[in-house]
Design a protein around this ligand. Sequence first.
Ligand code: HEC
Length: 187
Amino acid sequence: MSKRASRPGGAAASVTSRVTTAGFSVIVPVVIIAAVGAVGAVLSVVPVTAVNTAGAAVPETTLLSSASLQTGSVWDGAYTEAQARRGEPLYEASCAECHGSDLNGLEMAPGLLGSEFAWNWNGLTLGDLFERVRVSMPQGAPNSVSRGEKADILAYMLEVNGFPAGETELGSRTDTLRGVSFHAEKP
Ligand code: HEC
């Protein structure tokens, strides 16, 4: 990112030259423009729009790498049964208080089960759903649960929602998970 920002010329430089009042404001617009460029680049590589999830607002550097993608859809078996068994007590400990032990939701939080949930995410990817949880859940304390644990919890959520288990564990890398599309209905 800093490499892009310091490179002279281009659209970024022409915009910033108009805002050269204080030293600080020179740097900030360049960084913002570079960041917008980076997000644009990512969105053009990843065909699925992630715009309506909180995760899209927080691009991470790993997103930019073109590491091997886990591909297919949630209907192909994107997690293992063992992983879902690990995720169940983790969900109970960190999520059930708000989303309910049965995932049906409580007054303070929506359900993570059934058609309303599935249609919310229809057409997006597991990467988008993972990012949503990674960045914002558990609400108020997103760092209290590790990345790996969140992948296990997601596996459990998929199981309860009736998506089939498979041979490969769900990874905890967002760029990998962006290769797995989420479809509410079996194709
Ligand atoms: C303190 C209460 C609380 C806890 C604990 C909590 N959540 Fe949430 N969650 C919410 C609220 C409130 C919303 C809806 C508002 C929002 O989007 O922030 C939400 C929304 C979500 C959504 C989006 C639902 C949708 O249909 O788009 C997901 C997914 C989610 N939570 C997953 C989790 C997971 C997984 C955990 C455990 C790691 C968790 N939450 C823990 C309160 C909580």
